[in-house]
Design a protein around this ligand. Structure first.
Ligand code: ADP
Ligand code: MG
Length: 715
């Protein structure tokens, strides 16, 4: 039989007639027109000629000029990917790698993952056909492990070089070396207008190609007096701009997800209270953990008028659409059919140079960013909110002048700008631990790290401490050479301590559980959610997952129950667990599981004997231990004062000995993800590192054994 469809249905009679969708050809023409309008376009031929005649070229251009999206395409069009070779383009940020690849795939009219792909840690969206390969700088670094001469690439573009991330800096040294014995390899170092002379000098005076920017003037405003609460000040200022300034989108720079969510919520609240007194305001958050479909919305033009509001409201909770009812006053602005809705994009410094958002007229800059710092004497790494550099502040301001003359409101004083901000951000290599990178370089056969070709060398103590720690973890022998275990640790794309924990799960026969713990730790801090209106329910749900022993077991418990639910999103919803974090954990877990064979760890389960899981974690994290003294927690070796994070399941229990996954400095030095251990385990897993004497407890008798009691009471 033949099935028929009613003609009326085919014509869509039941639905109101929609405007005809643009044909594919029309869409392509539009995209090509945009491509031709970018500042880099007039320099296409000149740029290609420069690339052809120099092996290394430094490319300097204002953010948004088309470096990242266009140059790899030009090279593709020019035939650099013939003979089965690929073009690599690195990005310091995962989000940028994904979003840029998606954009380029669209411009080329191909499916993402085919000719244009990306890879970021734990996520590979490439195929045999991929020739334009966007990736994080860390991923290219790992490529050296499997292909030390990068033989499958004809061009390597190290993008966002000015960010000076640890991985980018290491890449410089490695690529400079590869370029020497692969004269046909092209190396491009792309950077915003900062510091390009340094790159040129480093690469034996490579020429700098400048793409003149098109920047409209940006008027800069400072506050008269310092603001005590910059989050509050931000919210007030956004509304002030919204109400007093001519229409135009606002970009706000905050330091991280929590802050961004708080600010968005506050904005929403205030707008609702102001109701009809103000125009509509579209609030768009953007940060690394935001799912990519939500991120994509940032690039959509701000919709005209209110017609699209209902459509925009669908994917709640983000982005949030705030409805006012047009101007209350006599001006009538905003009440017209095609008056543009105003958007405020609340972003981390990803919007500083990695992503360009069109239509921004106002920038609001509180002047802070989240920065890693590292103390090589104590070995403590912390993430703190610190004032940004002048260079950053100027990049931020520049975002306001892309489409028209703009304004930048700095939430600090002109005096503070002059006297309190550093000129530039200290390169990451000088403020982070180096265990990871040292292990990688050692695996690449680079032994003499003191003489590695660094653009800026790391502090000597940091390098030394990394070697010491790798030695303690058994990755290096006493001569500083890579051991078998070290080689395996380098195979796993995670930190050395986490690698060690995974390797140790073989000995304690609990790799199933340890894989889960490792995966959950990798999506750290975004497992539970806590909506403002359901705080009590959310907290109860979280407490229900608590298991004696600590947070690692809580994570294990959450994952196990979720798996038992058939990986259900409904289950997540009911338990205040973030589904997308869990989905990511599952991905990570699968990938790690796939690598177990390579590192000779068999699959095994502890069958509920969690002591084994805890010992395996201790085998990796014996460096991160603290004990309870009469004056609170102190790290075991360095005697630093630290605190259990209030979100921890052990916050009330206060066990005598514990290990922590990481230390975060906010108001205090908080240990995040803590696990109760016994001091004797430290001697068992790291006899070369701990002496029995230092693990004795001088106060053992004087202190009531609070831990034990509480646990008994809990049953
Ligand atoms: P640069 O690398 O020089 O900063 P880009 O190549 O990233 O410049 O950006 C060129 C243009 O492409 C900009 O106008 C930017 O807005 C646009 N663009 C970049 N990424 C995306 C995206 N994911 N979606 C839509 N437009 C994008
Ligand atoms: Mg770029």
């Amino acid at each position: 039989t033949i099935e028929f469809v009613r003609a009326a249905q085919l014509q869509g009679d039941e639905e109101p007639a929609a405007p005809p969708a643009p044909t594919q050809a029309q869409q392509q023409e539009c995209i090509q027109a945009v491509r031709r309008s970018l500042p880099v376009f007039p320099f296409r031929e000149e740029l290609l000629a420069a690339i052809a005649s120099h092996q290394v070229l430094i490319i300097e251009g204002e953010t948004g000029s088309g470096k990242t999206t266009q140059i790899p395409q030009y090279l593709f069009e020019e035939g650099y990917t013939k003979k089965g070779l690929k073009i690599a383009c690195t990005q310091p940020r995962r989000v940028a790698a994904m979003s840029v690849a998606a954009r380029v795939a669209r411009e080329m009219g191909v499916k993402l993952g085919n000719e244009v792909g990306y890879s970021i840690r734990f996520e590979d969206c490439t195929s045999e056909r991929t020739v334009l390969h966007y990736m994080t700088d860390g991923m290219l670094l790992r490529e050296f492990l499997s292909e030390p001469d990068l033989a499958s690439y004809s061009v390597v573009m190290v993008d966002e070089a000015h960010e000076r991330t640890l991985h980018t800096d290491i890449l410089f040294g490695l690529i400079k070396d590869v370029a020497r014995f692969r004269p046909e390899l092209k190396v491009l170092v792309a950077s915003a207008t900062l510091d390009t002379a340094r790159f040129s000098t480093f690469f034996d005076d490579a020429p700098v190609f400048r793409i003149p920017g098109r920047r409209f003037p940006v008027d800069i405003f400072y506050t008269k007096a310092p603001e005590a609460d910059y989050l509050e000040a931000c919210v007030v200022s956004v509304l002030q701009i919204h109400v007093t300034q001519p229409p135009g989108d606002v970009l706000v720079f905050l330091t991280g997800q929590e802050e961004i969510e708080a600010a968005c919520e506050m904005l929403q609240d205030r707008c609702r209270r102001l109701g009809s007194k103000i125009r509509e305001l579209l609030v768009l958050p953007i940060y690394a953990n935001l799912p990519s479909d939500m991120q994509a919305r940032i690039f959509q033009p701000t919709p005209p008028g209110a017609r699209k509001v209902s459509e925009l409201q669908k994917p709640l909770p983000h982005p949030v659409v705030l409805r006012g009812l047009g101007w209350g006053g006599a001006s009538g602005a905003g009440s017209g059919e095609d008056a543009r809705m105003q958007a405020v994009v609340v972003a981390t410094n990803i919007a500083e140079t990695s992503l360009t958002i069109e239509g921004i007229i106002y920038v609001l800059d509180p002047g802070f960013c989240k920065q890693k710092s590292y103390n090589p004497r104590t070995g403590m790494e912390s993430l703190t909110v610190t004032p940004c550099s002048k260079a950053s502040a100027n990049q931020r301001a520049g975002r306001a002048g892309r489409v028209a003359a703009g304004k930048c409101f700095r939430l600090y004083t002109a005096w503070a700008y002059q006297h309190e901000l550093e000129e530039t951000t200290v390169p990451e290599i000088q403020r982070t631990s180096l265990g990871n990178v040292v292990l990688l370089l050692k695996s690449l056969g680079i032994h003499d790290l003191m003489h590695f070709d660094f653009l800026d060398p790391p502090p000597y103590e940091t390098l030394l401490l990394a070697l010491e720690q790798l030695y303690a973890l058994g990755a290096l022998n006493h001569l500083g050479e890579l051991t078998t275990s070290g080689r395996k640790m380098a195979e796993l794309p995670v930190d050395p301590m986490l690698s060690k924990m995974i390797l140790a799960s073989e000995k304690y026969s609990c790799s199933e559980e340890i894989l889960t713990v490792a995966a959950m730790l990798s999506v750290n801090n975004s497992i539970f959610y806590r909506p403002k209106d359901k705080v009590v329910h959310a907290d109860n749900a979280r407490v229900n997952f608590f298991l004696p022993g600590g947070d690692h077991l809580v994570l294990l418990n959450v994952y196990t129950q979720w798996a038992e639910s058939g990986y259900s999103s409904q289950w997540c919803y009911e338990n205040f667990v973030q589904f997308r974090s869990m989905r990511r954990a599952r991905d990570v877990r699968e990938q790690l599981e796939g690598l177990l064979e390579r590192v000779e760890v068999g699959l095994s389960s502890c069958q509920g004997d969690y002591i084994r899981v805890r010992k395996a974690v201790t085998a990796g994290y014996f460096y991160h231990t603290a004990r309870l003294t009469r004056s609170g927690y102190r790290t075991v070796k360095q005697q630093q004062t630290v605190f259990i994070h209030p979100n921890s399941s052990l916050f009330e229990e206060q066990p005598r000995w514990l290990l922590y996954h990481e230390l975060v400095l906010t108001t205090k030095e908080f240990m995040r993800q803590v696990l109760e251990i016994e001091s004797s385990w430290l001697l068992e897993v790291a006899p070369h590192y701990y002496k029995a004497k230092e693990l004795e407890d001088p106060h053992a008798k004087k202190m009531p054994k609070k831990t034990g009691k509480t646990r008994e009471e809990l049953g």
